[in-house]
Design a protein around this ligand. Structure first.
Ligand SMILES: [Cu+2]
Length: 185
């Protein structure tokens, strides 16, 4: 009898201990009309590049179609929704007003396709140093997302390193933000 009670008490303690973590994990999925952001990632910027890009997978489990209409971040002067188009066999980036996410659809933003463009970075994007963006959907509203930064050569979120494996983590940080010039995208 006493033993049963003891174990019951322990079980309650155990589940209470786990609850905050479980809540934190699912809170991102609640209250957005079934809109979920998965697999956010960005590639570390190389050298003194002032622009970067971030990628996400948008899953619309809601009953209605929706649109991603804006992205904001504190880490750059501005952020835009971009896509790539082919013009005379040359891939070019273009700003788009919105990215459609039909009901039930999964829309993947990835290199060479749609992306979140970060222009005028205040600091380089560094591998292992995540940053925040705020996405705004027409219906689902605002969804904050933490974006992990992968290696310079990463081509997808699963890649942990660069293709050439030639990372220089010892580079010095250049805090001269004002010089214009080199563009990387
Ligand atoms: Cu772009």
């Amino acid at each position: 009898m006493r033993l049963t009670l003891f174990f019951a008490f322990f079980a309650v303690l155990f589940s209470m201990g786990n609850a905050p973590g479980a809540l934190a994990q699912s809170s991102q999925d609640l209250g957005h009309n079934g809109m979920m952001i998965e697999d956010p990632w960005a590639r570390a910027t190389a050298g003194s590049a002032k622009n970067g890009a971030a990628y996400i997978t948008i899953v619309n489990n809601g009953e209605n179609g929706d649109k991603l209409v804006s992205v904001q971040t504190d880490i750059a002067k501005s952020a835009e929704l971009h896509t790539h188009i082919m013009e005379n066999d040359v891939a070019k980036m273009r700003e788009v007003e919105s990215i459609e996410v039909p009901a039930g659809a999964t829309v993947v933003l990835k290199p060479g396709g749609d992306h979140l463009m970060l222009m005028g970075l205040f600091e380089p994007l560094e591998e292992g140093n995540p940053f925040q963006v705020l996405l705004t959907f027409e219906n689902a509203g605002e969804i904050p997302v933490e974006v992990p930064v992968k290696g310079v050569g990463a081509m997808e979120s699963g890649a942990t390193g660069s293709g050439d494996g030639d990372h220089d983590h010892g580079h010095s940080h250049d805090h001269d933000h004002d010089h214009e010039g080199e563009q990387s995208n």
